[in-house]
Design a protein around this ligand. Sequence first.
Ligand code: URA
Length: 428
Amino acid sequence: MSAGEPFAAVDVIRSKRDGGRLSDEQIDWVVGAYTRGVVAEEQMSALAMAIFLRGMDSGEIARWTGAMIDSGERLSLHGSRPTVDKHSTGGVGDKITLPLAPLVAACGAAVPQLSGRGLGHTGGTLDKLESIPGWRAALSTEEIVRQLEEVGAVVCAATPTLAPADRKLYALRDVTATVESIPLIASSIMSKKIAEGSAGLVLDVKTGSGAFMKTREQAKELAEALVAIGKAHGVATTALITEMGTPLGRAVGNAVEVAESVEVLRGGGPADVVELTVALAREMLALAGLGSVDPAAVLASGEAYETWCRMIRAQDGDPEAPLPAPKHVHIVEAPADGVLSTLDAYAVGVAAWRLGAGRARKEDPVQAAAGILCHAKPGDRLSAGDPVLELHTDTPEALPAALHTLENSFTLQDSAPPATPVVLDVLR
Ligand code: URA
């Protein structure tokens, strides 16, 4: 035991390794001491693996989350509007934050969306918004508070002071095969969201090939853990379990997803994107005490689009500027007549990433114009030679790998598949 420390890391690790329950004091200490550098990386690796293998009960998870929140600053963003936020566990073509934040703001709430960048096959909200000329992701806390009061919606980079323990632990989990643990995922997500200071939170837990949680059972387990943490910390929390077996909407990438979001805000856009945006908005408004406002009517009125323009301008972006266009476009055609029965979200997400829309390492740049347009969605009838996917990139050398990923990414059959709902379950 280091001088002055109440515990020895090795005892905490041994206790979890042997299937024991960590005490509140052990959790507070180990998370804090890891953030201070007193618990070494190899010790936290061993503890993360012990938690991965042995799990934590709901009390341990809530306390672990609290310790991660206490490792940094807890913002207080309360102004004259009720605050409510949304978090998605990540999906392919999941641009919902873009239309949702201004929509909920136009309905009277304040939406502080402190977001991250994309890593792997699911895109990052900030990467998408950065395809808008001039738009700036980094805001000071004062700017966030002012924009929330004046516009009602802020989507910006999370400050490094929010849950620094999670930042450190997530990087460690990434290289020690300890990411896919429900207690660790749930506490990681909720520590950042609770530290952001929003009074209400709606979680969009995705399930299917393009999601973190491949099965409905896993998604439900994660959703239950997330809602329980919210309740334990006094944050009104609802979780929706939503479909991610096929890409959301038709656009997957950066600028293409911004363009599709603007279509939605202008009253058009793909039906699944509109449906999910309105469903999430309803839940957010209910938590904010604005359940009598109809988000579908506000979307149709054009007020959400006006709020979007103000939100983009407030961060130095030009909402009317043309979005970057790709240098190369390649079309994948239907090989035969038939009805598109499946279009695999994971394959499309990985292909868009390979085209340059995503990054392999945190420090890599992304291409604003890279991505994929899905010309057909499951249920659409196609003739041989019709376009199915439109690949966009500035680096044509990326095309063979993307095309390889897309082999077998869709299937055609004689008749239409049964329609799948977007929202599969709601947990309150
Ligand atoms: N997203 C997070 O923020 N944390 C995780 O552990 C997994 C996904």
